[in-house]
Ligand binder design. Structure first.
Ligand SMILES: Cc1cc2nc3c(=O)[nH]c(=O)nc-3n(C[C@H](O)[C@H](O)[C@H](O)COP(=O)(O)O)c2cc1C
Length: 319
């Protein structure tokens, strides 16, 4: 059985963590991943505190294993009640993404939570290490959803070198046993996986989003800002969103100034498509690993399969 320091730090059996994906990772997915021996994370940012409390309690009803809640931390100042809810509910693990976690550390430690921070650069990793987090996720540009510009292949070993002996978890493009084995060879102590869970029954993706995930190839994703611009939600320059290159992307990607000048029309089209589950316009966030995802097994089966295939691939590896 694959066993790394990440297992010891978080009290889990398999060093696989599901990404705290807004909309796609609620209590159902987190409970399934934790129940299978990984670390299940709830993505907190797209709903209110009542929803978050209900998801946390659902996980506790389904499993007594460790789990956590993940925050897009640059939005947190607008919604402090979400963070307070997670701490009041005494979740065992908190994850931050996209900013320095230092201001949040004292409260998390007081509540007895372990803290993970997801970073996109070596500089971000060093800051998170100085803040005394328990593990760092090095997120490469292959990741689905919002991500940075550096490849997983080069970011992971650079972060491992910079923050050693702190455990590093790799993210971005890990979707099967071989990609998991490769990240362990890069020095990571575990994998944080989003895209490979998106078509599972426990994912919060809509039926058409799940169908699209199963049909996409690795070359169908693009790193783009068009959805954020249309939603009036601007991110830092070195972060963009990786999503399916659908008709909305084809129309506006590379024409961002034009999009800004026709914002109302684009925003209305996007909002209507989300309601109608029309994935030719609504975003289907996915990483390049989507080309490796072609079945709809349960989230627990996905955890067990990736871990056992990685173990076999590492054992049988020859050059
Ligand atoms: C649909 C989707 C939504 C995401 N939402 C979030 C989020 O709310 N917060 C966050 O920190 N990361 C989010 N991410 C990024 C993940 O944390 C993670 O880095 C990524 O899924 C890992 O790469 P992979 O998709 O190739 O497995 C999201 C990713 C996807 C695919």
């Amino acid at each position: 059985m694959l066993h790394t320091r990440v297992c010891d730090v978080f009290g889990i059996q398999i060093p696989i963590v599901n990404a705290p994906m807004a909309i796609a990772a609620g209590g159902e997915l987190a409970a399934a991943v934790s129940g299978a021996g990984g670390l299940g994370l709830i993505g907190a940012m797209r709903h209110d505190a009542h929803w978050l409390q209900a998801q946390i309690r659902m996980v506790r009803e389904r499993t007594d294993r460790p789990f956590g809640v993940g925050f897009v931390t640059h939005w947190l100042p607008d919604t402090p009640e979400l963070y307070e809810t997670a701490l009041e509910e005494r979740v065992p693990v908190i994850m931050h993404s996209f900013v320095d976690p230092a201001p949040y550390m004292p409260a998390a430690k007081k509540a007895g939570a372990k803290v993970i921070c997801q970073v996109q650069t070596v500089e971000g990793a060093v800051k998170a290490a100085q803040a005394q987090v328990d593990a760092i996720v090095a997120q490469g540009t292959q990741a689905g959803g919002h991500t940075g510009l550096v490849s997983t292949m080069t970011l992971v070993p650079a972060v491992v070198r910079a923050v050693s002996p702190l455990p590093v978890i790799a993210a971005g493009g890990i979707a099967d046993g071989r990609t998991m084995a490769a990240t362990l060879a890069l020095g990571a102590q575990g994998a944080l996986i989003g895209t490979a869970f998106l078509a599972s029954p426990e994912s919060g993706y809509t039926p058409n989003q799940k169908r699209r995930i199963l049909h996409m190839n690795s070359s169908d994703t693009v790193l783009t800002r068009v959805f954020e611009i249309a939603r009036g939600d601007e991110w830092p320059d070195d972060i963009a969103g990786r999503a399916d290159r659908n008709a909305f992307v084809d129309r506006w990607h590379g024409r961002e100034e034009q999009l800004r000048s026709r914002l109302q029309e684009a925003a209305e089209a996007l909002a209507a498509a989300i309601v109608d589950d029309d994935v030719s316009t609504a975003p289907v966030w996915a990483g390049t690993g989507v080309g490796l995802v072609n079945d709809t097994g349960s989230a627990g089966d996905i955890v067990r399969r990736i871990a056992s295939e990685a173990e076999r691939d590492l054992r049988d590896f020859q050059v």
